[in-house]
Design a protein around this ligand. Structure first.
Ligand code: PMM
Length: 279
């Protein structure tokens, strides 16, 4: 079964749930609720990566995430730390995190890969072409699928060179990172080629702008949200659909905000497949 990674952003400015879980107790409660809803893993982050976001001081980032990780890991949760800073990765693993989720694939901090190698944690290497402040400057591709796969392969090789064996590596196509609207659909369309790399694959589409872009203008005339903002509810439904399509492509896990909706969607998908196998 595909794993569900529930998102716990301990930041004041993340685009979808920003600010609500800044308080450690509220973040811990949110992590518990996501586990109760069926999350297999919790991804805890203290620095927003939304387009245009500025970097956060690692000391502040650690102040935000370490108490939340320690509390949830003590309850048996499998935790990943969403960070681009080696010092935060190390602090998080010390507090109980088992996976380091680096959206830069080890490119933002030269200390990251050696630090993770020494820590014994697994690592998510996401496709990334530059900082969030300048996210779209490099969103130019001659052949997106080919470049995406080649650039991920290069990061897996860099991790191996730093002493991280391939079985500890998870790759992620980086939906919304250095990719504009349609390019995200191309990346998803190429998921089977990413899966063919042989590493576990994580994919994160949850509530992202390209989903809203696709839905904007669809639906009944006069329906709330058609003309302007696409509601969180509609983004979550779209996310549940992409979760199933990602599962169909063979990914290891999906990273989502609304764990219950994705759990239901994956359950429906499993029933469809099980019936097929039984005949
Ligand atoms: N997306 C965001 C943050 N971290 N990590 C991985 N591995 N993959 C993603 O797609 C990803 C990520 C941005 O979304 P958020 O601000 O809602 O957390």
């Amino acid at each position: 079964m595909v794993r569900i990674m529930g998102i716990v952003n301990v930041t004041p400015d993340s685009f979808s749930d920003g600010g609500r879980y800044l308080d450690a107790d509220a973040a811990i409660a949110h992590g518990r609720a996501l586990r109760a809803a069926g999350a297999d893993l919790l991804d805890i982050g203290g620095e927003s990566t939304r387009p245009g976001a500025q970097r956060v001081d690692p000391a502040l980032e650690q102040e935000r995430v370490v108490p939340v990780i320690a509390a949830l890991a003590a309850e048996g949760a499998v935790i990943s730390i969403d960070t681009m800073n080696a010092s935060t990765a190390v602090a998080a693993v010390t507090a109980g995190a088992r996976i380091v989720n680096d959206v830069s694939g080890g490119l933002a901090d030269p200390e990251m890969l050696p630090a993770v190698a020494a820590s014994g944690a697994d690592i998510v290497l996401q496709h990334w072409r530059g900082p969030s402040a300048d996210m779209y400057a490099q969103a130019s591709y001659a052949d997106l699928a080919r470049e995406l796969v080649a650039e991920l392969e290069a990061r897996v090789a860099a991790a191996a060179a730093a002493g991280i064996s391939p079985d500890r590596v998870i790759v992620d196509p980086g939906i919304g990172f250095g990719k504009r609207g349609a390019q995200n659909w191309q990346a998803l369309h190429a998921l089977d080629r990413v899966v063919a790399l042989g590493a576990r694959v994580l994919v994160g589409t949850s509530r992202k702008g390209f989903l809203a872009e696709a839905l904007r203008g669809e639906g009944l005339r006069g329906e709330a949200g058609v003309a302007g903002e696409v509601s969180t509810q509609r983004r979550d439904l779209a996310t549940a659909v992409t979760s199933v399509l990602a599962a169909q492509a063979g990914v290891w896990a999906v990273r989502v905000h609304d764990v219950a909706a994705t759990r239901d969607a994956l359950t429906v998908w499993r029933h469809w497949n099980d019936a097929e196998d039984a005949t």
